[in-house]
Design a binder for this molecule. Structure first.
Ligand code: PMP
Length: 321
């Protein structure tokens, strides 16, 4: 794979990009057994800021707990290693950080956690934010259903869950849409592959509630807070019907990677005026000001990468590559 960064952190060491390998017979390769996080760091005026890092790492810990993955390194060590990785790569622009905890080689058939190697790696690559407003997207309702908590828990950010996302996304693209929205087993709205869905109807912002077979999105929670506290809007978390998407004033998807992407048609029916709506626009402006460190009140959501520098390296006992 083309080199996107000089280093990757793997099981306690900083290794060169090309040296970060797992064996083909590892559980992570054969059965996709791993959990991960997708985290953005944004370039601000004085520093690079990791957005809601603690919340992402807490979710990684939850994913590990549900799948009974023993950490090879604790969450604090992984957190510090991620920051140090960005510094070693000397990334100063928008960066995408991905810690992953995986099952490697061992006696896979025993299902005894003590008999398999559980490791962790972290990648950091430069990934520009989509700050510039992209054109609104045309989505469909997928004929695939969202996986559910009784089978493959969606609130666990597990690699294998993305098989469900891929089925929906590839189908949507082949059928000429930009993307898709998945319904739950009960026909209610769940989420998009890789992002949550929010809508506006009248003076209410609506989000499918946390038990809607969604990943409990940190961006969704951020936007709920901002819509309520900054825009003064009423926010309701509840079940959402498919046809509400057709008659909504605004629909958007949100997630760390996607940020906030307006959806201007669903199943070829225009959403609202068929243009990007005012609430999505205002939330986007606010969001990008906050992630860039421009809003003091939300500075606690940001973890500076370079401000703390060498102390972190010394504390975590990490060796230079
Ligand atoms: N749902 C799924 C399935 C996702 O993969 C993501 C991206 N992590 C999201 C929702 C959005 O979550 P977050 O805002 O925490 O990135």
């Amino acid at each position: 794979m083309a080199e996107k960064a000089p280093y990757i952190w793997m099981d306690g060491a900083f290794v060169r990009w090309a040296e970060a390998r797992v064996h083909v017979l590892s559980e992570v390769v054969t059965r996709g057994i791993s959990v991960f996080e997708g985290i953005r760091a944004y370039r601000g005026r004085d520093d690079l800021y990791v957005f809601r890092y603690a919340e992402h790492m807490a979710r990684l810990a939850q994913s590990m707990k549900v799948l009974r993955l023993r950490p090879s390194h604790d969450i604090e060590a992984l957190t510090e290693a991620g920051l140090e990785l960005i510094r070693r790569c000397d990334f100063r622009d928008d960066t995408y950080l991905r810690p992953c905890v995986y099952i490697g080689e061992g006696d896979a058939h025993s299902h005894d956690p003590a008999k398999v190697f559980m490791g962790a790696f972290i990648t950091a690559i430069e990934r520009p934010s989509l700050r510039a407003m992209a054109p609104g997207k045309h989505f469909c309702i997928s004929s695939w259903r969202r996986l559910n908590d009784a089978a493959m828990p969606p609130r666990v950010k597990a690699s294998a869950n993305y098989l469900n996302a891929r089925l929906a996304q590839v189908q949507a693209r082949v059928d000429g849409y930009d993307g898709s929205i998945l319904l739950r087993d009960n026909g209610k709205v769940s989420e998009a592959p890789g992002a949550c869905i929010m809508l506006v109807r009248g003076d209410e912002v609506i989000a499918p509630h946390a038990a809607s077979d969604i990943l409990e999105s940190i961006t969704r929670e951020t936007l709920i807070t901002l819509a309520r506290d900054e825009l003064g809007l009423k926010v309701v978390e509840r079940e959402v019907d498919r046809t509400e998407l057709y008659i909504a004033d605004e629909v958007w998807m949100c997630g760390t990677g996607q940020e906030i992407v307006p959806i201007i048609s669903v199943d070829r029916l225009p959403v609202g005026t068929g243009e990007i709506g005012p609430v999505a626009s205002r939330l986007r402006t606010l969001y990008f000001d906050i992630v860039s460190g421009e809003v003091e009140q939300y500075a606690h959501w940001l973890r500076p990468v370079y401000g703390e520098k060498n102390e972190i390296c010394l504390q975590s006992g990490l060796e230079a590559p």
